[in-house]
Write a protein that binds this ligand. Structure first.
Ligand code: A1D88
Length: 654
């Protein structure tokens, strides 16, 4: 291991194509100096122009903290590889996906880059070990696999080659974090790494089924999108990425190719790029499936093979279940991680399905992974058993959550972060259940106030998760208002800290809180009406009680967004605050809430919420009873004593 490694300051990006210029852009946005290099001047200039264009777009949308020209000024361009890497602390190669080309580049980089530089490849499919073999320092080589487009996609796979040291991987991981992106470790150099390994069966298993006449293309796409909530159908995705890509990955790995895939490649119907693939884009309307097409599709078969792939990755120590789930959510836009979903289905059901398929088809790909067999044998069959790929709540306290993060500090501040930034923190059933579980299981006596916020920089929450909405069976949807009622009735003050979109169910969650603070960048609205719905999480009722009749109906009937200033003016939120003062204002509110008298705050919340729906007399009666009760508390003695002594009170909630 080398001694001190330098801080990364300068990054060379080799290759100015889509991935290269995207990586250069996010790196420059994060404040690094970047040298963008390609073999010809016009390619580099095109890449630079793309960066400038994209930075302007980000600035127009208010998603850049700096002037776009200042960011672009950190990107230098060159065609000289040696000049590009000679001062670099990190080199990221984003050239063509051909091993010999990448090896040539790495050989040259090895000769010209500083001895302690980190050397990364953005390869999505080649072996990191084989690329690293072109250098004299394979221990400093790693994969940093960004997803397309890097500006939009949060995930980066940090991949070990055989010789990569932990220190190298950790530096890569920290660099990715410094970009504001989410890294996951891929600890072995397996084909497809994590995301593409699990995506493989998502696309190939339906292709086997269609090839055998067991399903149709539309049926598979409709089922996976409308019944299982995936952002795109497997065939639609194949057309988008190119059918030849999947074909080559399989043939190079020596794996059999589903006949329908082979046939499309032979006829050069490769998908969108050739105008025809599984769907017709030239003469037809592309993917045209509707929810009714889904009927009878065996989606368990597809999800079982995907779960098996995930089990192989965990069992072979390639990635943790946590990393796989993060990867599938952020890299493939899956509504939830593959391991998490398998736990919900039940690992025993998945194992049984695989064994049945193996017996029926006699095919190796159904051979259950040892890790899966072991989990089931140990009784770790998933969510219901309390343990599967993941551990779940055993009823003793807050569980292991996947869509929220939370922290309870010594002052009693419970911070809850909605953590689905790639979906604008949309409220899925899982997320709603996790918030309910957290609030019901965390020890109330330890909590003095709750703050809700959204992860990422774009949204508090853009509403209920729309994926698969059209096909949801109302009878099977968990009670839609439960999370909002739980938050509204939580016996501690609650505050929504809003920075960005606050829409639909996101606004309903915010309205269920007692207080709402927002940056002036935030936008509010109930777009449900544009979907043929109404705000069904208490939005119509809370809005009409909070606002004038006309304003509430404007919000609900028109579905338009309103600015934070207008929301403050209307009384929908407490304050709209400039971004640079926001943290301070939130802190002032929070500090009053956590240091306030807990019993008086709880009583005040209750009589205000419940009294508002009663007659004035009934409300006044509730208030006076609460007042009398508070007179008997130690807190009131402390409050009055502190006032007399001119000191800050220390309320203990007694
Ligand atoms: C009872 C309650 C019912 C409801 O709450 S119904 C839902 C009401 N909410 C909405 O209708 C808002 C839907 N979202 C939007 O209109 C837009 O988004 C925004 C205006 C918030 C932002 O637009 P832009 O900047 O262009 O981003 P983007 O590409 O649309 O969104 C980024 C990714 O986030 C996903 N996403 C956004 N909102 C939701 C949602 N509510 N449910 C599920 N996914 C959502 C998108 O699809 C996309 O994902 P990808 O990158 O994979 O294309």
């Amino acid at each position: 291991m080398r001694a001190e490694q330098p801080e990364i300051a300068t990054v060379a990006v080799l290759g100015a194509g889509t991935m290269g210029h995207g990586i250069a852009e996010v790196t420059a946005i994060a404040g690094y100096d970047v040298v963008l290099r390609d073999i010809e001047a016009d390619i580099v200039e095109d890449g630079y122009d793309e960066i400038e264009w994209s930075l302007e777009k980000l600035a127009e949308k208010g998603r850049l903290d700096e002037d776009p020209d200042d960011v672009a000024a950190r990107v230098a361009t060159t065609t000289d590889l040696e000049a590009a890497v000679s001062d670099a602390d990190l080199v990221i190669e984003a050239g063509p996906e051909q091993l010999s080309v990448k090896q040539d580049i790495f050989e040259s980089v090895d000769a010209a880059a500083p001895e302690d530089a980190l050397l990364a490849t953005n390869s999505s499919s080649l072996s990191i070990t084989e690329i690293a073999a072109a250098t004299e320092r394979p221990d400093s080589v790693l994969g940093l696999h960004f997803f397309n487009p890097p500006v939009k996609m949060d995930l980066v796979e940090v991949i070990y080659g055989k010789a990569t040291t932990d220190e190298t991987a950790q530096r890569g991981y920290e660099f990715v974090e410094s970009l504001g992106k989410t890294p996951i470790y891929v600890r072995k150099d397996v084909r497809g790494f994590v995301v593409n390994s699990v995506l493989g069966p998502f696309m190939s298993e339906p292709a086997w089924m269609v090839s055998a006449g067991e399903a149709t293309i539309r049926q598979a796409d409709a089922a996976m999108v409308h019944e299982r909530g995936y952002p795109m159908g497997p065939f639609e995705l194949g057309d988008l990425t190119g059918i030849d890509i999947g074909y080559h990955v399989r043939t190079e790995a020596g794996r059999p190719v589903p006949p329908i895939m082979a046939e499309k490649v032979e006829n050069e119907n490769l998908g969108r790029k050739t105008g025809k693939g599984y769907y017709d884009y030239d003469d037809g309307g592309g993917p045209e499936y509707v929810p009714e097409d889904a009927k009878g599709f065996d989606h368990l078969r597809v999800e079982a093979v995907m779960a098996n792939e995930a089990a192989k990755l965990v069992g072979d120590d390639v990635a943790t279940a946590e990393a796989i789930d993060t990867g599938m959510r952020l890299g493939a836009g899956f509504p939830e991680g593959t391991c998490r979903r398998a736990d919900d289905i039940g690992l025993d059901n998945i194992l049984e399905k695989l064994r049945k398929l193996r017996d029926e088809h006699g095919d190796d790909r159904y051979e259950p992974a040892e890790y899966l067999v072991d989990l089931v044998a140990a009784g770790h069959t998933g969510t219901e058993a309390g343990q599967g790929f993941h551990e779940y709540d055993n009823g003793d306290g807050p569980g292991d959550y996947h869509t929220i993060n939370w922290e309870l500090d010594d002052d009693g501040l419970l911070e809850v972060e909605l953590d689905r930034p790639s979906r604008m923190n949309a409220i899925s059933e899982t997320l709603a259940d996790e918030v309910v579980d957290l609030l019901s299981s965390v020890d109330e006596d330890d909590v003095r106030a709750v703050v809700f916020e959204g992860a990422g920089e774009r949204a508090f929450s853009a509403g209920a998760d729309i994926s698969g909405f059209a096909d949801r069976d109302p009878a099977q949807t968990s009670e839609p208002t439960k999370v909002f009622t739980t938050v509204a009735e939580y016996p501690r003050p609650t505050l929504a800290r809003i920075d960005g979109y606050c829409l639909g169910a996101g606004l309903e969650l915010a309205l269920a809180c007692d207080l709402r603070l927002a940056t002036t960048n935030s936008e509010f609205g109930f777009p449900e009406i544009t979907l043929g719905l109404l705000p069904g999480g208490g939005g119509t009722q809370r809005a009409i009680r909070m606002l004038t009749d006309a304003r509430a109906k404007e919000l609900v009937f028109r579905g338009e967004h309103i600015s934070a200033e207008r929301a403050a003016d209307w009384g929908l939120i407490n304050r709209a605050v400039d971004a640079d003062e926001f943290d301070d204002v939130v802190e002032e509110f929070v500090s009053d809430l956590v240091s306030g008298p807990p019993i008086a705050l709880r009583k005040a919340k209750r009589v205000m919420n419940e009294g508002a729906d009663e007659s004035l007399d009934a409300g006044l009666e509730m208030e006076s009873q609460a007042f009398a009760l508070l007179l008997t508390t130690d807190d009131v003695a402390e409050g009055t004593a502190a006032f007399a002594a001119d000191r800050e009170p220390e309320f203990e909630g007694k």
